[in-house]
Design a protein around this ligand. Structure first.
Ligand code: HGY
Ligand code: MN
Ligand code: MN
Ligand code: MN
Length: 404
């Protein structure tokens, strides 16, 4: 199961995955998901927003227990971020069948579409649309780097963009959603546990900084005559690191677009995206305000026009305590930790579909140890034993929530 999926969208040059929404690699992942579902006698469906569901029992009965994650990736992403959750869901179902567990509630495994937002710039598009946190107009406005709109890309992939919209009835029929995910950090490595339960997702967002100057010839324009936005952008990136260190948050300028992007042309526009996150809202606000203030000061001094647009924002998600505590009780009983200790509870700065859904559905997350903490990179890794511990833990949780 893991090997078949592992071949999809793998870039041999970087060793990373390039599985972007509504591309060929996405199609192959969706095909893999459907085949896994049907091989287990599950009923496969793709919902109005392009999320895949594999059902056991009646999807309309209500109080369903659902697990799953996403299969798309960031550019040159790792093999585990997303796929570990989906593969572990199928493996946990196999484990429950080996145990002879009887499902007393409808059960489903999901693949949420476009979680990383790598192509259209907004994370969790499939789950945001379903939860009504992204309007249809907002979705139709999304464009990729080649100017292809989300509706055009969906249509080309055979999915009707006019079907997009909130799906409250579907979400109302879910009693609990549990997402297993590779940890994107080292808390479990440091605590010595293979599996942990999520307490919260930090508030985080994406801001676009447009630095506009004046295109000109790199070889004939005196330095004093330039309105070059690149130095202003560079000063802002350095300021972001300082502001984050001072405030105790995180700030990353990981993506930049330059126009006209010629070696011998002074740019007319440098567009940089800030990803900022922090354990609490006040710290996040301090970091972002500090970066914007510094950017405006540098732009003012250089005669550069600056516009800052908040492109997306996810407030803090405190996972529902009752479900979180139920997971801890269920896992504490089997004690996947070294000495059967209670399972650790930890926060994360990474966004997830579970975070989006938590506004509409009782959600919880399980994390599997990542020995280096590296993620969003081909170097992302989780040990086989830890992945197996994650499957057993997920099976324990699903058995406690959905089986007699
Ligand atoms: O950006 C994130 O935190 C998530 O991996 N989409
Ligand atoms: Mn990710
Ligand atoms: Mn993920
Ligand atoms: Mn995520």
């Amino acid at each position: 199961m893991w090997r078949d999926l592992g071949r999809i969208g793998l870039d041999p040059g970087s060793g990373g995955y390039r599985r972007y929404a509504w591309t060929g690699a996405d199609r192959d992942c969706r095909e893999w998901f459907r085949a896994q579902a049907e091989a287990r006698g599950l009923t496969h469906e793709t919902d109005r927003n392009g999320n895949q569901w594999a059902w056991l029992g009646d999807p309309l009965a209500g109080d369903a227990v659902v697990t799953g994650s996403h299969l798309d990736s960031v550019p040159d992403g790792g093999a585990f971020d997303g796929p570990l959750g989906v593969v572990s869901s199928f493996a946990a179902l196999d484990e429950l069948r080996r145990r002879g567990a009887e499902f007393t509630k409808p059960f489903a495994i999901t693949n949420f579409g476009d979680e990383e937002g790598a192509r259209f710039g907004l994370a969790c598009v499939g789950s945001r649309l379903a939860a009504g946190q992204l309007t249809v107009e907002g979705a139709h406005r999304l464009r990729d780097g080649d100017g292809v709109s989300l509706p055009q890309a969906m249509e080309a992939a055979g999915h009707d963009p006019d079907a997009l919209g909130p799906d409250p009835e579907r979400l109302a029929r879910i009693g609990a959603f549990v997402e297993l995910h590779v940890e994107q950090g080292r808390a479990l490595d440091l605590s010595g546990d293979p599996v942990g339960v999520a307490s919260a997702i930090w508030p985080h967002g994406r801001w676009r900084f447009d630095f506009r100057g004046e295109a000109n010839h790199a070889g004939t324009t005196r330095l004093a005559d330039r309105r070059d936005p690149m130095p202003t952008y560079a000063e802002t990136v350095l300021a972001a690191r300082r502001e984050a260190e001072l405030a105790g948050g995180l700030a990353t300028f990981g993506k930049v677009a330059v126009e006209p992007n010629g070696v011998n042309a002074i740019p007319s526009l440098v567009r940089g995206w800030l990803d900022s996150r922090a354990a609490d809202q006040a710290t996040l606000d301090t970091v972002v305000a500090g970066v914007e203030r510094a950017a405006r000061e540098h732009a003012e001094r250089a005669g550069i026009d600056l516009t800052v647009v908040r492109e997306s924002f996810t407030p803090v998600v405190e996972f529902q305590h009752a479900l979180r505590d139920e997971l801890c009780r269920l896992l504490g009983r089997s004690g996947p930790g070294p000495s059967g200790r209670a399972v650790p509870v930890l926060g994360t700065g990474a966004g997830h579909d579970a975070g989006i859904l938590s506004a509409s559905v009782p959600t919880a997350m399980l994390f599997v140890r990542n020995p280096t903490g590296i993620s969003h990179s081909p170097a992302e890794h989780a040990a086989e034993d830890d992945c197996a511990a994650g499957v057993r833990a997920l099976a324990d949780v699903l058995e406690g929530l959905a089986c007699s």
